[in-house]
Design a protein around this ligand. Structure first.
Ligand code: ATP
Length: 343
């Protein structure tokens, strides 16, 4: 297959199994975001793809060629890692042209390429600036241009936007995605920000405990999470414990029409906050007590205590019944919006 193929890649640091049997196919031109809680192994996996870490086992293929033992500088990569800062003694042009200089690219060609790259990252006219005089976002753009200067086969980024403030980060996410689409370059970004992953990725890889928990499109992951871990990690969700009474699925002792009886113990329903519908007390499938209300302007979150659990409903201010802290409220959801997950 053309693209990147990981087969049963493992990395053990002594007793720590940082990455365990990861297999993944990334077709050329795909934008992948690797996502997961701190310590789940995403940086270690990226470093193995980059050749900065040697796998304990498994293989890495790029366009059909086994690159598991190929050194980093022969892998045709562009990298933006937090630890790979810009060269402070070079100006913007010097930074971007660096890899081309090493490869002996001619002066005229270098100048043309730098101009093109500066244009691409919206920094035309900044070539002579010292990198010390740039804002965080501009520095990030220069790092991206520098990494793309040698037209890599694979573009690897580790938390590239995490140092930026929220507004700039969101703008850069869109820019990075548009740039990647224009260049058609296979890109792998490590992030712990699920909104970032959903903004940019064709394919989201959710990792937990060194393993891939699910690899799919953002929408697939959001709507059909593979398990409770993924459901809880991507967006927020309500995990409602399921039980069976007389062959029917129940929650908190109430029957749930349209939900199949759980086949095993420990199964739960994942229902997104925006799929919970509030109803007057006594109506709706379930009844609980309002514990807290958070009015975020665009949505109102209602936290509801029910059978020792706390659920959250996110409603539009226009169609939310007027319920306050301490009130009883009904709540329901469409069976089609609930996913049965296992812990
Ligand atoms: P974060 O989001 O915090 O950066 P991560 O998902 O990128 O986390 P990794 O940095 O890949 O996680 O680390 C995975 C596991 O491997 C952790 O338990 C970490 O402590 C361990 N680890 C990483 N590098 C080494 C190393 N060089 N030596 C020993 N253990 C390591």
């Amino acid at each position: 297959m053309s693209g990147l193929v990981l087969s049963e890649v493992r990395k053990h640091f002594g007793p720590v199994h940082a990455v365990e049997d990861v297999s993944l196919s990334v077709p050329n031109g795909t934008f992948v975001c690797m996502l997961g809680p701190s310590g789940c192994g995403k940086t270690t996996l990226l470093r193995m793809i980059a050749g900065l870490e040697e796998p304990t086992g498994g293989s890495i293929l790029l366009d059909g060629r086994d690159i598991t033992a190929v050194p980093t500088h022969r892998r045709e990569l562009g990298m933006v890692f937090q630890s790979l800062a810009l060269f402070p003694h070079l100006d913007v042009t010097g930074n971007i042209a660096y890899a081309m200089t090493i490869r002996g690219v001619g002066t005229a060609e270098k100048k043309r390429r730098v101009g093109e790259l500066l244009e691409m990252v919206h920094m035309a006219g900044y070539g002579d600036r010292s990198v010390a005089q740039l804002s965080g976002g501009q520095r990030q753009r220069v790092a991206i241009a520098r990494a793309l200067a040698v037209q890599p086969k694979l573009f690897l980024l580790d938390e590239p936007l995490s140092a930026l403030d929220a507004k700039l980060r969101e703008a850069m996410q869109v820019e990075l995605r548009q740039l990647q689409e224009r260049l058609g370059i296979t890109t792998i970004v490590v992030t712990h920000d699920q909104r970032e992953a959903m903004t940019m990725a064709d394919q989201v890889v959710v990792m937990g405990g060194g393993r891939i928990r699910q690899a799919a499109s953002p929408v697939e992951i959001y709507r059909h999470p593979a398990d409770a871990f993924v459901a809880d990690f991507i967006g927020s969700t309500n995990l409602i414990p399921l039980a069976v009474e007389n062959g029917t699925a129940t929650a908190f002792g109430k029957p749930l029409p349209g939900i199949a009886a759980p086949a095993r113990d420990g199964q739960m329903l994942s229902v997104r906050p925006e799929d919970i519908i509030l109803a007057p007390a006594g109506e709706g499938a379930l009844t609980g007590t309002v514990a807290f209300v958070r009015d975020l302007g665009a949505t109102i979150e209602t936290f509801i205590d029910i059978g020792g659990h706390r659920l959250v409903a996110a409603s539009s201010p226009r169609d939310r019944p007027a319920v306050n802290v301490g009130d009883e409220t009904g709540l329901s959801f469409h069976a089609g919006n609930a996913v049965v997950v296992t812990a």
